[in-house]
Write a protein that binds this ligand. Structure first.
Ligand code: FHN
Length: 455
């Protein structure tokens, strides 16, 4: 089992050691790397930096509206809870689930063309509905719907064909399974809380949740298990640690998020001090203010305001916000898991595809400054961000200098050359008191984020 705590001791020692060596840590070639299998296991994930989150299930049918009423909250995938839909009523959506436009190859191509390296899809969300042919349940796409195709199998084949890594989001909380259903307070209404938990939850954990995770690992080439719904009182930290060991004893290379255990501090997503299982932290709808030394983490965010498809949600983030979020996250040493919520027909919304195409065009020119990079060696400037690789610092400029002079406050760190990442022309550069002053062209190469490389 991986413990974050020893890594923190190592990180503190390394930070003290580096501080003793220099007031300004040098680019990555001098940053000590963690030894052992954890570094090996996390290598592809750390290099990937950018993935697609897919929230898809029965909730795409109501799409944020039930009996003519819009859901009162953002997250359309919570409609069963937010609109107090009885289980027997919600189950009827399964009989309507027939996404004949679903094309796994197309979905994977959209992710790949956006520059994404991995996909995390909801194998089962809180509503308990399974997107694969599970031996442990008939509440799945093969037995309960007219569609009768194994969605996860088709997606796994498409990912394999296109070289994209596949992972599963799997909800611990389950509103459908009789031994996991929450025992709601009487007369509940909006915002009800599951206070007591189902007394049979340990049986659900042992005889359903663990076996389904094992089934997913045995049936599909998944490399990440992305747990969620760990906050319920019935799920204990002992169960979390047992689940992490269960998974990693079956497959030591499996990457598991920190929501497998109970250490997460709300939407900030990082673990409290102490011994909690999980390989990376999970900030949600937010980006940490700074890098988190010695920690792996991934910010997951929606492109509008909902994870599951919601027909009324047109509050789409701009290309600029999305690309700058990706740069900001990478500059702090994190991964960006950006969500799409496909429709009941099996289509990724056009507004999502449009934004992903713009991100992909930017990544085609600038991906070198994102993939395989580490957190910035310097404090973030007002005008942009930094990322780094061994012997290089990438300068991401959001706000291009009007006077053609760009000050990189690299302290005592000097560089020999400066180039625009998409050009060969060397830029004039001089050392000044607190860093390097670079002569840049009058016009910014990219209106959202222009990248220079210093060596
Ligand atoms: O309740 C879920 C929500 O539906 C969504 O899946 C997000 C994304 O990870 N996680 C939980 C809310 O924190």
């Amino acid at each position: 089992m991986k413990r974050i705590f020893p890594i923190l001791i190592l990180a503190a020692f390394l930070a003290a050691f580096l501080a003793a060596c220099t007031s300004n840590p040098k680019p990555a070639d001098t940053v000590a790397t963690e030894e052992g299998t954890q570094a090996d296991k996390m290598e592809w994930w750390r290099d990937a930096r950018f993935g697609m989150f897919i929230h898809w299930g029965l909730y795409a049918i109501p799409a944020g509206e039930y009996q003519g009423e819009p859901t009162p909250h953002n997250n359309a995938e919570w409609i069963m809870d937010h609109m107090d839909i009885p289980i027997a009523e919600y189950e009827k959506f399964a009989g309507q689930f027939n996404p004949i436009s679903f094309d796994a190859d197309q979905w994977v191509s959209i992710a790949k063309d956006a520059g994404m390296k991995y996909i995390i899809i909801t194998s089962k969300h809180h509503d308990g509905f399974c997107l694969w042919d599970s031996e442990l349940s008939d509440y799945d796409v093969m037995d309960a719907t007219p569609f009768k195709r194994d969605i996860l199998e088709e997606l796994a084949e498409a990912c394999d064909k296109q070289g994209i890594t596949l992972g599963f989001y799997h909800s611990i909380m389950d509103w459908h399974h009789p031994q996991a259903q929450s025992i709601w307070e009487p007369n509940y209404n909006k915002g009800r809380k599951d206070t007591v938990g189902n007394p049979e939850f340990p049986l659900y954990f042992e005889n359903y949740l663990k076996p389904q995770v094992k089934e997913l690992m045995e049936k599909y080439p998944t490399r990440v298990i992305w747990f969620d719904g760990e906050w319920i009182p019935a799920y204990t930290t002992e169960m979390g640690k047992e689940m992490y060991d269960f998974i990693t004893e079956m497959d030591p290379e499996m990457i598991v998020n920190n929501r497998v255990d109970k250490g997460r501090q709300g939407m900030a997503g990082m673990n409290a001090n102490g011994n909690f299982a999980g390989d990376f932290g999970t900030p949600e709808q937010e980006i940490p203010d700074t890098g988190l030394e010695g920690e792996d983490w991934e910010s997951c965010m929606t492109m509008n305001d909902t994870w599951g498809f919601k027909k009324s949600d047109l509050n789409w983030k701009s290309d600029t916000v999305l690309i700058r979020n990706l740069v900001d996250i990478a500059s702090k040493g994190g991964n960006f898991l950006l969500n799409v919520g496909p429709t009941a027909e099996g289509l990724i919304p056009a507004a999502s595809i449009e934004r992903l195409m713009v991100m992909g065009n930017w990544m085609k020119l600038n991906g070198e400054a994102i993939y395989g990079t580490q957190a910035s060696p310097y404090a973030k400037p007002d005008w942009g961000r930094y990322t780094r690789k061994a012997g290089k610092v990438y300068v991401h400029v959001f706000h291009w200098p009007a006077d053609g002079k760009l000050l990189v406050e690299s302290g005592e760190q000097s560089f020999e050359t400066a180039h625009l990442l998409d050009g060969k022309e060397e830029l004039a550069m001089e050392r000044v008191t607190n860093g390097m002053l670079i002569d840049v062209p009058a016009a910014a190469p990219d209106g959202i984020a222009s990248v220079l490389v210093l060596e």
